[in-house]
Design a protein around this ligand. Structure first.
Ligand SMILES: [Zn+2]
Length: 328
């Protein structure tokens, strides 16, 4: 398999026949991007290929580079190799990348989740011969509850804080998680304010065509009488910083899949932790692998060894990405 359609190099996934990289770790000539998170979309490449909905976000994050934009399912040829983007349900504009040459099909799923989050276009299985899957939560202990239950918990926490005249501050990644919270909490409880970095992402998502529910930027002009009843969405980097001082008294919480791990909330020293992930859980990963109908599975990003072994035990040709890296 090391001579496959997609190879794993120190710069990232590489399609030698087309001379393009997928989510490269360094600047290259042609970079296909699965989504706009900073560990997948890095600056400096000459030309980017991405799903149209992620273009405003990429322009904001990468400093207005050249980007060829495509819709889901639209295909294009690079040196005779056929590429297309398909929904991965991870964050706004995220995509699996399908690569086809002479009837052989590989899919690089990027980051993905199965549950419809009410924001991103939901994950769609794409049939292929070789499926490259992440494994961020690739252990059987990771089993997500339906998001409705998690949002009920967040709503109840918010209401309880209001009764005590405390602001509610929830920490969430600025792209994806923040907007997912905005779309799914109960807006009848109160107003929603966001940190400046999330305001930038909200604006980029709105430019990309996402219709977000009402939100306001939290700036120095917003008084305590307003924030005390509000839900405030801030990036994890704001936790424990002086930015929070003006919100006293407040209760804080973090929304992340890692909240399923015992001790995570204590380490972050927030009052609450809500288990909400933009990645597939154990059942979701297994479902996606099955639906791809692929015989060859390459497992990357996470619990690669454990998940690859599990797939092997189920009769699939599964390999850990780390073990098939080539050095050029
Ligand atoms: Zn991501």
């Amino acid at each position: 398999m090391e001579k496959g359609l997609i190879q794993f190099t120190p710069k990232g996934m590489y399609v030698p026949l087309a001379d393009v990289y997928i989510d490269p770790a360094a600047a290259v000539d042609k970079a296909f991007l699965t989504h706009a998170h900073s560990d997948h979309a890095r600056p400096g490449s000459t030309l980017y290929f991405a799903h149209a909905q992620s273009v405003p976000i990429l322009k904001h994050r990468l400093g207005n580079p050249a980007i060829n934009a495509y819709s889901y399912g639209e295909s294009m040829l690079v040196n005779g190799v056929k590429f297309s983007f398909h929904p991965s349900g991870h964050v706004p504009g995220s995509a699996q990348i399908r690569v086809e040459y002479k009837g052989e099909v590989w899919v690089a799923a990027g980051d993905y989740k199965i549950e419809n989050d009410g924001l991103s276009i939901p994950f769609e299985p794409v049939k292929c011969h070789t499926f490259i899957t992440e494994s961020t939560f690739g252990l059987p202990i990771y089993q997500w509850q339906k998001q409705e239950l998690i949002f009920n918990e967040i709503n109840e926490w918010w209401k309880a804080n209001q009764e005590r005249k405390m602001a509610s501050v929830i920490f969430a990644y600025s792209l994806g998680k923040a907007q997912r919270i905005l779309q799914n909490v109960n807006h009848e409880i109160g107003e929603i304010y966001v940190h400046g970095s999330i305001a930038n992402m909200n604006e980029a998502c709105e430019q990309a065509g996402f219709k977000l529910k009402p939100w306001k930027i939290l700036n120095s002009g917003v008084g305590k009488d307003l924030t005390r009843t509000a839900l405030i969405i801030a990036p994890p980097s704001a936790a424990g910083t002086p930015w929070l001082n003006k919100l006293e008294p407040y209760s804080d919480a973090v929304a992340s899949g890692w909240m399923a791990v015992r001790g995570s909330r204590r380490r972050l020293s927030t009052d609450r932790g809500f288990v909400l992930s933009d990645h597939a859980d154990w059942d979701g990963l297994n479902w996606a692998v099955k639906e791809s109908k692929a015989q060859n599975i390459i497992v990357s990003h996470g619990f690669t060894q454990a998940f690859a072994r599990h797939l092997q035990e189920n009769g699939l040709n599964a390999l850990e990405e780390e073990l098939i890296r080539v050095n050029y």
